[in-house]
Design a protein. Structure first.
Length: 195
């Protein structure tokens, strides 16, 4: 009888601990009322969303409508932070198509990053004072006169066809405050569709 009670207690604790595990992917579904992933970690407030042509966050777009990727981070600490530009990796703003349960990599809206004359060899760290924000935006289809720095676009993308898609960021956000260094690793995923 004691063995049965002990087994039941162990089983109960295993269910409780499994339910408390954190899911490290912050995900938006198509049609979510709030179409922005907003997450604060250690005083750094991250925002990731897609903007429609009116500049509003959205997960549903019309056929032939362009959209813009938006990623920002706000320093809500009392100290100036110095952010390593390495968080912009090769998969930043990458889009995947999900058609007939098959995933297809459609690439990124840019060819290279940090290729402006401002970043000749290596990009400089970003200095963000308290209450200030840093960030990046890049449209899927580059528009005339749009400056997508630090992204360099040589090949123009075409508008996406009707269907379901997603984009994700696997964040490796490294920054320092004074002599202390910090690292934030989170995953953000936005599911969206073209109708």
């Amino acid at each position: 009888m004691k063995t049965l009670k002990l087994s039941a207690i162990i089983l109960l604790f295993s269910f409780i601990s499994a339910g408390c595990q954190k899911d490290d992917i912050f995900e938006l579904d198509i049609g979510d009322e709030n179409a922005v992933i907003q997450k604060e970690v250690n005083g750094i407030e991250f925002k990731f969303c897609l903007l429609n042509e009116q500049g509003e966050p959205a997960t549903v777009f019309n056929e032939g409508e362009n959209f813009t990727f938006h990623f920002s981070f706000k320093n809500n600490t009392q100290d100036t932070i110095i952010v390593s530009p390495k968080f912009v990796n090769d998969d930043f703003f990458r889009v995947f198509s999900i058609q007939n349960s098959k995933k297809q990599d459609l690439g990124k809206p840019y060819d290279k990053v940090w290729c402006s004359p401002l970043y000749v060899i290596t990009p400089n760290p970003l200095i963000i004072k308290p209450a200030n924000t840093g960030g990046l935006e890049c449209p899927w289809v580059l528009m005339e006169g749009y400056n997508a720095i630090p992204f360099c676009v040589n090949e123009r993308k075409e508008y996406l066809d009707i269907g379901r898609y997603f984009t994700k960021l696997e964040l490796d956000f490294q920054y320092s405050k004074g002599k202390k260094e910090f690292k934030i690793n989170d995953k953000f995923k936005i599911n969206f569709k073209i109708k």
